[in-house]
Design a protein around this ligand. Structure first.
Ligand code: NAP
Length: 254
């Protein structure tokens, strides 16, 4: 097990469910001090209790800078600074271009892309003081690599995160802060399950490893990117998708 995140102060946005909860759990199991940030405090507190190992919760909406500054301040006060930000909060409602309203576009891009920027902005003052500062973004294969009907706004936001990352890692390198991204494929989360059984079955059949991913698959990748061992890795991505982006044809899946 990677041990160099032990004792580190970690903020996980969207940590009350799904990938964020898996990320929070993997860090907590590795000895890190975790603060979960989400809009619904009751759900974040329940997740923190379930995770244990000193994990705690804080209310915050990633689309509001004042919320994220307050969350960063709370996490720093609780755990003696911030060493790792996992900017994971995201939403993925579906709407095709012909039906999508400008408000629906804004909702997704505001949360997934602007929220990522605001989370980073709020945590950088604390990360600068860390001797092993890390930012790990949760992007996606959808957008940067693949497409799916109904997700133009989502795909744009997830590609946008990678564009953000490639300049952020250069700007923040002077502080020793690394910025990397995990790109999940189809991971069993509360959000994904909301897309229905047909979606889940179709996806599982299109994955060479023949299963959907688990939130721990994403958590382990995030812990690696936050570790001392990954200290020379910045501006990079790890695809965690069971091989889903690779098949050229149905024959390749036989
Ligand atoms: P999920 O199960 O729906 O959980 C979403 C989490 O984000 C919840 O904790 C939610 O809590 C929080 N959240 C949503 N909007 C927020 C906001 N404005 N401010 C703060 N927190 C907010 O989703 P998931 O499937 O775990 O997805 C998490 C991330 O993984 C997203 O960035 C998503 O794009 C990415 N991803 C997921 C998959 C997948 O297959 N599941 C694949 C690729 C990428 P509140 O509602 O209480 O705020």
């Amino acid at each position: 097990m990677i041990s160099s995140v032990s004792g580190r102060s970690v903020v996980v946005t969207g940590g009350s469910k799904g990938n964020g909860k898996g990320i929070a759990r993997c860090f907590a199991n590795a000895g890190a001090k975790v603060v979960i940030v989400a809009r619904h405090l009751d759900q974040a507190e329940a997740a923190a209790r379930e995770i244990g190992n000193g994990a705690s919760a804080c209310a915050g909406d990633v689309t509001r800078l004042e919320d994220m500054e307050a969350a960063a301040k709370t996490a720093a006060a609780r755990n003696g600074g911030i060493d790792v930000l996992c900017a994971n909060a995201g939403v993925f409602p579906q709407a095709r271009i012909e039906d999508m309203t400008p408000e629906q576009w804004d909702e997704v891009v505001d949360c997934n892309l602007k929220g990522c920027f605001l989370s980073v902005k709020a945590c950088v003052p604390w990360l600068k003081k860390s001797d092993q500062p890390r930012i790990v973004l949760t992007s996606s294969i959808t957008g940067p690599v693949t497409g799916f009907p109904g997700w133009t706004h989502y795909g744009a936001s997830k590609s946008g995160q990678l564009g953000f990352m490639r300049t952020a890692c250069i700007e923040l390198a002077r502080y020793g802060i690394t910025v990397n991204a995990v790109m999940p494929g189809n991971i069993v989360t509360e959000g994904l399950e909301g897309l229905g059984a047909d979606y889940l079955e179709t996806m599982a059949a299109s994955i060479p490893l023949k299963r959907l991913g688990s939130v721990d698959d994403i958590g382990h990748a995030a812990v690696y990117l936050a570790s001392r061992e990954a200290g020379y890795v910045t501006g990079q991505t790890i695809i965690v998708d069971g091989g889903q982006i690779l098949p050229e044809s149905l024959e390749a899946l036989e």
